[in-house]
Design a protein around this ligand. Structure first.
Ligand SMILES: Nc1nc2c(c(=O)[nH]1)N[C@H]1C(S)=C(S)[C@@H](COP(=O)(O)O)O[C@H]1N2
Ligand SMILES: [Mo]
Length: 459
């Protein structure tokens, strides 16, 4: 399956252009994505643009996608979910079997732990998300707790492991995640077969995914096939190495002892201004609606404040009437510019426990959990137009050696978003050769020169 898919994609001219706004070859049942920012065409990583923060339920066509591997093809008729491990009665369930359990529904934000990574300084390897690796979905399915009860979970159970049908590329580790029993038994933790009232789309985990409200996206395992109840901690790559965060703040760029990294759980209070957009021109004396969305992980959003004077004064924003415990809340505030000038608009959310957003971020080695107060500069009355942004540098011509070594498992898009030092590129090439990339020792310098020259820090 992988070989034939690879063959197919080779025939695409420019993958990025092909995907944005166009239909793409997923599955007859999957509606095409619309106006997304393509971070990687395959594996598929798509970001929602800012205008998505104006809608309470994010439509499937605008919902971000994050996949570590290629999307698996799952046949509904032969698909089964297995529940094994520390249980009295292991279960094998078809989709129809699952639908016999009581149906449960939750509206919840799903946010990738790496959302906002591109804002960190110094830069960090990984998807260079800006704001849009997040969406608010309506998820329906069965309570994981109901299934665990049916399986007769033993007292020895400590954590619940999730594995999906996606297959590692090359020799990369499999995407396997665990959740502690306390979160697995939370009545809001679901295995969902529906999203926004329709069968779970293929890109979002058809036919079944974990829904772990309040927690970062890495726990929301897609294309679920296997659940294992465990009596001891699982130490696979995506638990032990990835998705960990320093237990205390560290200096930007610092190396952190793995002993001082703990698994990520709840997402943080955060808000994003959808409009006006940065650089927008605004009329003098004409009221402007500052509008966006706000969410939090550990407790519901309690309030959102907006500032139109660089954070000197704050006003309470009006909150949308649509709400749910783990959902985002739309907000708006009407602002009449006092006179011509360049103004910085900000929004800040506070959750019901008092958790709020910072003005400066604690750096962390994988670039997770960015939630700095969003700042949007707008110009009133065109008094002092900002200089135009420099044009994007042209895409470089790839030397044959780089193309052979680095294009194939993925396109060049996943490389071009990065901004790394030569040392960071060196470590990334080591990671990729560990996963199966072939780089002859004699070619390594040429490769690193190319990567750091074109995709280096601040270009
Ligand atoms: N099987 C599987 N599940 C997965 C992933 C994956 O690569 N494979 N990516 C995870 C990550 S990191 C995130 S942020 C969410 C994204 O979900 P979405 O693509 O539906 O937005 O799915 C999670 N579940
Ligand atoms: Mo993620």
């Amino acid at each position: 399956m992988h070989a034939s898919r690879r063959q197919f994609f080779k025939t695409l001219p420019a993958a990025a252009g092909f995907y944005s706004g166009a239909r793409f070859p997923l599955h007859a049942a999957d509606r095409p994505k619309k106006d997304m920012i393509v971070r990687s065409a395959r594996p598929l990583d798509l970001e929602m643009p800012l205008d998505g923060f104006s809608t309470w339920i994010t439509p499937v066509e605008r919902f971000f996608v994050r996949s570590h591997m290629y999307m698996p093809k799952v046949d509904r008729s032969t698909w089964r979910l297995k529940i094994e491990g520390e249980v009295e009665n292991p279960l094998t369930l078809s989709l129809d079997d699952l639908k016999k359990f009581p149906r449960a529904e939750v509206v919840s934000v799903l946010e990738c732990a790496g959302n906002g990574r591109s804002f960190y300084e110094p830069g960090i390897i990984g998807m260079q998300w800006t704001h849009g690796a997040v969406g608010n979905g309506r998820w329906a399915g069965v309570r994981l707790g109901d299934l665990l009860k049916k399986a007769g979970m033993k007292a020895s159970a400590k954590e619940v492991l999730f594995n999906g049908a996606d297959v590692p590329i090359g020799t990369m580790p499999d995407f396997v995640r665990t959740a502690p029993v306390r979160k697995a038994l939370d009545p809001d933790t679901l295995l969902a077969y529906e999203m926004n009232g329709e069968p779970l789309p293929e890109a979002h985990g058809f036919p079944l995914r974990a829904v772990v409200p309040g927690w970062a996206g890495d726990s929301w395992v897609k294309w679920l096939t296997n659940i294992e109840v465990r009596d001891k901690e699982f130490d696979g790559f995506f638990m032990k190495t990835a998705y960990r965060y320093p237990v205390r703040p560290v200096a930007p760029g610092a190396a952190v002892d793995p002993a001082n990294l703990a698994p990520l759980e709840a997402i943080r209070p955060k808000s994003v201004i959808a409009s006006p957009e940065a650089g927008a021109g605004v009329g003098q004396g004409v009221p402007v609606t500052i509008q966006g969305a706000a969410w939090a992980g550990s407790a519901p959003v309690a309030r959102v404040e907006v500032s139109a004077d660089s954070g000197r004064t704050w006003q309470a924003a009006r909150l949308g009437s649509e709400r749910a415990k783990y959902a985002w809340r739309l907000f708006e505030h009407t602002w009449t510019p006092p006179g011509p000038g360049s103004y910085v608009l900000m929004s800040r959310t506070t959750d019901a426990r008092g958790g709020t957003q910072p003005f400066a971020q604690d750096w962390n080695p994988s670039g997770y959990q960015w939630n700095v107060v969003h700042q949007v500069r707008v110009e009133v009355g065109n008094v002092a137009l900002a200089p135009p942004a420099p044009p994007n540098p042209p895409r470089p011509e790839y030397p044959e050696k780089v193309r052979t070594a680095c294009i194939g498992c993925h396109e060049s898009d996943i490389i071009e978003g990065q901004r790394l030092t030569r040392g960071q590129w060196d470590r990334e090439v080591t990671k990729m050769t560990g996963w199966g990339a072939k780089v002859a020792p004699a070619d390594r310098d040429e490769l690193l020169d190319f990567l750091s020259r074109h995709f280096g820090t601040r270009r």
